[in-house]
Design a protein around this ligand. Structure first.
Ligand code: ADP
Length: 515
């Protein structure tokens, strides 16, 4: 990060957004989504995030940012979304964005250009903030100056409100990338008539990533004075997430269980003490999934579509994937799928520790993910040792993810911690029975199968321990092999579960009403 005041960075040119045309009056039309069960609550919500589908995605945050505002709009709330204009956003979207104007944002002593574009996607208005210096790069996160990039974005959000002619009642910030917006609002914008009544919600999607930087960033980039710096200063660092927790009117996380867990040092990643002090404003609301996008009846990536009434067609997806991946074609062999980041969070240690034992069973395992090279290499090595049983696809591919959800009979997710987890819900919808560790959102969404009364939709284990996980896999494989009727029951129970955003959006509306 530049620490010299001489080199003021030049204002970058606007990213190439073909056909983008300037409009005299910023368009701020109310969204035109189909409104179901219109709520009495008529406030305006600006949802700010580091990623959102369908524009750009690295994980579950993008799914939430793509689905929750849409669900809010469908309930009659004027919810809009703001994102950085990344290089990686597909050109077809950029071609149809509308240019609304530009301004300069003070990032401490820097004056940085910010262009504003708008795109209406399925009735939801998305705004994109453009600065080539910060965002015309490959990848979303992991750059040496992420602290400056997202401080810029978090401040620009407030600076462009007049350009977009949208005065939100609530700004809903997400994760450390946008955690500074509530801080900047309180420190710099409360005196502005336009901003003085804005309330803020901050949602923690994963507390492991807090946006921690050297203390120098507080003055040099955030431009906070000594008193203001207390909001973000934590354990001799600048901690963006702490700023969000301190400044937002309400703090939420993405499942009730995780909201409890993060008060404990094992899950809190150092933030537990702050959260205990702020427990009065902390709550957990489980995520949903986009049931239109994640639908085996319409998913174009599947070899054959199916639903709860045509489950016999699911096997064609297993055979199709086996053929595609060069695995022995056999519709009866239980297939265990995994889709997710290959990091310590997702319990890959447990899987690799007992992979030999798993593969000694009559099963096939298909893993899709990217992450730590250590896990990528172990999995590739294991694949070469078990060519007829294991496929490790080191890639990020929505198409392959769908194929695995569609083909697999079981979905393994032995997470060490899991704020919410979407994959287990998607798996259930695709008739792939989840095998999970009871933590965070996994605990709140998967119920262990009880063969006595036929309730439950998955297989679970509690302790973070490879033998316990193996035991849960063995129980699942045993039921699949020997008790077909019970297996059909557990599959049906999962498919029938309601994970729609419709119900969950009501909980957010309730929260917005309270502030
Ligand atoms: P997290 O947000 O911790 O990464 P979640 O389970 O909440 O995990 O969400 C992960 C989302 O990303 C799911 O929609 C999952 O299907 C998708 N996903 C994860 N890894 C991959 C991958 N390698 N290729 C395609 N989709 C992936």
């Amino acid at each position: 990060m530049a620490n010299t005041k001489k080199a003021v960075k030049t204002a970058p040119k606007t990213q190439k957004v073909a056909k983008a045309k300037e409009v005299k009056k910023p368009v701020a039309a109310a969204p035109k989504t189909k409104i179901e069960n219109k709520t009495q609550f008529s406030k305006k919500v600006l949802f700010i995030a580091g990623e959102a589908v369908p524009f750009i995605k690295t994980g579950g945050l993008a799914d939430v940012a793509g689905a929750l505002p849409k669900a809010l709009c469908e309930k009659g709330i004027d919810a809009r979304v703001m994102l950085p204009l990344y290089l990686g956003i597909p050109q077809e979207f950029k071609n149809n964005m509308q240019y609304l104007g530009n301004c300069y944002v003070q990032v401490s002593w820097r004056s940085q250009y910010c262009g504003v574009f708008m795109y209406n996607y399925q009735g939801v208005i998305y705004y994109f903030l453009d600065n080539e210096y910060y965002f015309k790069r490959h990848g979303l996160y992991g750059h040496y100056d992420d602290g400056e990039r997202f401080a810029f974005f978090s401040k620009a959000v407030l600076e462009v409100l007049k350009i977009i002619d949208f005065k939100p009642d609530i700004i809903h910030a997400n994760d450390w990338h946008t955690a500074l917006t509530p801080v900047f609002l309180d420190c710099f914008y409360r005196g502005d008539e336009y901003c003085k009544n804005i309330q803020t919600v901050f949602t923690i999607h994963n507390i492991e990533f807090q946006g921690q930087y050297g203390e120098g960033i507080i003055g040099d980039v955030l431009g906070l004075n000594y008193d203001q710096s207390k909001l973000v200063r934590y354990k001799d660092c600048a901690n963006y997430m702490k700023g969000g927790i301190e400044s937002a009117a309400r703090v939420t996380t993405v499942s009730p269980s995780y909201a409890n867990e993060i008060l404990d040092p094992f899950y809190g990643y150092g933030m537990q003490d702050i959260l205990r002090q702020r427990k009065f404003k902390l709550s957990g609301i489980i995520n949903g999934i986009d049931e239109e996008k994640n639908n085996p009846k319409t998913d174009k990536s599947l070899f054959v579509n199916y639903d709860i009434n045509s489950l016999e067609n699911k096997k064609f997806n297993k055979v199709g994937l086996q053929r595609l991946l060069g695995l022995p074609e056999n519709e009866n062999v239980p297939m265990i799928g995994m889709v997710g980041r290959l990091t310590h969070q997702k319990g890959i240690d447990l899987v690799t520790a007992v992979m030999d034992k798993i593969l000694n069973m009559d099963v096939q395992v298909v893993v899709l993910g990217t992450g730590d090279w250590k896990y990528e290499n172990i999995l590739k090595d294991m694949q070469s040792r078990y060519p007829g049983k294991l496929r490790a696809i080191i890639n990020f591919s929505a198409d392959m993810a769908s194929k695995i959800y569609g083909a697999s009979d079981m979905f393994l997710m032995p997470s060490k911690f899991e704020p919410c987890g979407l994959s287990q819900m998607i798996a259930m919808r695709y008739a792939s029975v989840p095998i999970v560790r009871l933590t965070g959102g996994l605990k709140d969404t998967v119920q262990a199968y009880n063969h006595v009364d036929g309730t439950g939709d998955g297989f679970t284990f509690a302790t973070y321990n490879a033998s316990d996980m193996l035991n849960a896999i063995e129980r699942a494989v045993g039921l699949y092999r020997d008790y077909k009727d019970d297996w059909a029951k557990v599959v049906h129970n999962g498919m029938k579960k309601d994970f729609s955003w419709k119900t969950i959006a009501d909980q957010y509306i309730e929260l917005y009403k309270q502030i």
